[in-house]
Design a protein. Structure first.
Length: 196
């Protein structure tokens, strides 16, 4: 990618990686700072948006830290990070596709998009989501953390855009997106048996 910053020397990267894998958080931070912009540039090629690229890089470093005691870098650290980033980006895109399909499910209309009252006529029109199931869904949404619930409701029930929500809540668009993704993941997990 033209104009992309290059990471520091192989020796610096190798030293930071070795120390990070031994549990040195300052080395992990140094590695993150030194490669962040370069990795964002790579991630953009896979995911296409700056917000998604940022999420992918952060996720890759979280995985690196959580698996630090099992990491063995035999070649260059730059090559290792490139492959780790690619794998993280592909996994990220796969999850996003699953979440998008889930949100497009007709069973989700009443709750994900602020549907009807949950009455009998409503249930008949919308398929197998009964009043009892709707109540379970409402409880799951209510159980979300306060900020996540607010973001979720503003987006799916009130139809606000990411930018409008970010402005209303005084946060970044990236934060809005991250809150929505986490909320959908949580609801997907908790409601798997209800909405199948």
């Amino acid at each position: 990618m033209p104009g992309s910053p290059t990471p520091p020397s192989h020796d610096d990267l190798a030293c930071w990686m070795e120390r990070a894998c031994a549990g040195d958080t300052s080395a992990l931070e140094a590695l993150f700072r030194a490669t962040h912009r370069w990795l964002i540039g790579l991630a953009l090629n896979y995911v296409g948006s700056a917000a998604d690229a940022e999420d992918v890089v952060e996720e890759m470093f979280l995985k690196l830290w959580s698996r630090r005691d099992r990491i063995r870098v035999t070649g260059s650290v730059k090559s290792y990070l490139s492959v780790a980033l690619r794998n993280t980006a592909f996994n990220y895109l796969d999850r996003r596709r699953v979440e998008a399909r889930y949100l497009e499910s007709p069973h989700l209309e009443p709750w994900a998009r602020g549907g009807g009252s949950g009455g009998a006529a409503d249930d008949a029109e919308r398929g197998p989501l009964t009043s009892e199931r709707m109540e379970q869904v409402r409880r799951a949404i209510d159980a979300l953390p306060a900020r996540a619930r607010e973001t979720y409701c503003l987006y799916y029930h009130r139809g606000l855009t990411y930018a409008q929500i970010a402005q209303a809540m005084g946060v970044s668009i990236r934060t809005v997106e991250a809150q929505l993704v986490r909320s959908v993941r949580r609801l997907t997990k908790e409601l798997r048996g209800i909405l199948e």
